[in-house]
Ligand binder design. Structure first.
Ligand code: DAH
Length: 318
């Protein structure tokens, strides 16, 4: 540092020397100027070097994997568990674990999708107002951060359809992060998680679907539950239902306190057809619901915004 200050002072003094050129005899001015310039170049060079050295000194190597800072004395003992899993991920594992125990495959959703998988392949008619109901974001290139995990239905049906010909069935769940252009409040987030389920076979019925869903919720909340359905509307199912559970007493619910947990229904014949599955021969059902809501009920959380907040006090509670 001192070295650099000295050089800068030298440079400043040199600049004063230039002013003396007027006092020099004209025939000697050329040589005088050349000498000064040479000195200046030399000083500038030294300054550059000194600055580079300084930079190297100040940037010290850090090991981001080290449990303590490089300049700290290593403590006698230190915990290797510096963080915890995000509660949503812990719960998502439980969710997929339950479905896996029932024989479902788990497939991951995408962070960016397209118009075809978001709408067309799900039997949304072109220009139909139902498209607006999903408050989709769009990238400048026209891609869509998916507004629901149903974007994976078409892909799953195509990827697994050979199982049907082999006499088997399609049984897949798709957890994923979804995005909606909504005003954020205690019950709405622009970013949240859903889990989709897709089942297709020769003989399946809506009764099978309700059985699977009941089983799932009872396992997740570890108790018997009262369930209810009511009519819904989704272009990709016919008929479409909303699936509700009665809020358990243990979780602060009263009798008749029903909560809508997901949308579901029998897969629309057009959706099967578009994926190359003959709706005359096979039937399917599908469902999709929010993970955040599921977890909020389990732990009595009143505000969905905690999940994406990065608030350590909140995260440390899990
Ligand atoms: N994708 C729907 C939503 O986000 C939920 C849904 C409804 C998924 C019916 C389905 C279904 O698979 O069959 O609101």
């Amino acid at each position: 540092m001192e070295e650099l200050e000295k050089l800068k002072l030298e440079l400043k003094n040199l600049n004063f020397e230039y002013a003396k050129i007027k006092e020099i005899a004209p025939e000697k001015r050329g040589e005088f100027g050349r000498e000064l310039n040479a000195k200046k170049v030399a000083i500038l060079e030294k300054i550059k070097k000194a600055e580079e050295e300084l930079l190297n000194e100040e940037v010290e190597a850090i090991d981001v994997t080290a449990p303590v800072g490089v300049n700290e004395k290593l403590p006698e003992v230190y915990s290797v568990f510096q963080g915890t899993k995000h509660p949503l991920m812990t719960e998502l594992d439980k969710v997929t674990g339950i479905y896996q125990s029932m024989g479902f495959d788990v497939v991951e959703s995408r962070q960016l999708d397209d118009e075809y998988h978001m709408f067309d392949s799900l039997n949304f008619a072109k220009e139909h107002p139902a498209r607006d109901g999903y408050d989709t974001f769009r990238t400048e290139e026209g891609l869509i951060p998916p507004a629901h995990t149903s974007t994976m239905q078409h892909r799953v049906l195509k990827a697994y359809r050979d199982r049907l010909k082999e006499g088997g069935e399609i049984a897949v769940v798709v957890p994923g992060r979804v995005y909606r252009n909504e005003d954020v409040d205690a019950t709405h987030e622009h970013t949240f998680y859903q889990c989709e389920g897709v089942y297709v076979s020769k003989t399946c019925t809506m009764g099978d679907m309700l059985g699977i869903l009941r089983e799932f919720f009872e396992k997740y909340y570890e108790q018997k539950l009262n369930i209810r359905t009511q009519p819904g509307y989704f272009p990709f199912t016919e008929p479409s239902l909303e699936f509700l559970i009665e809020k358990p007493k243990t979780l602060g619910g009263k009798k008749g306190d029903f909560l809508e947990m997901l949308g579901c229904g029998m897969i629309h014949p057009n959706v099967l057809k578009m994926a190359g599955i003959d709706p005359e021969e096979y039937h399917g059902f599908a469902w999709g619901g929010g993970i955040d809501r599921l977890v909020m009920l389990k732990y009595g959380l009143g505000d969905v915004r905690y999940f994406e907040s990065g608030n350590l006090n909140f995260l440390k509670e899990f």
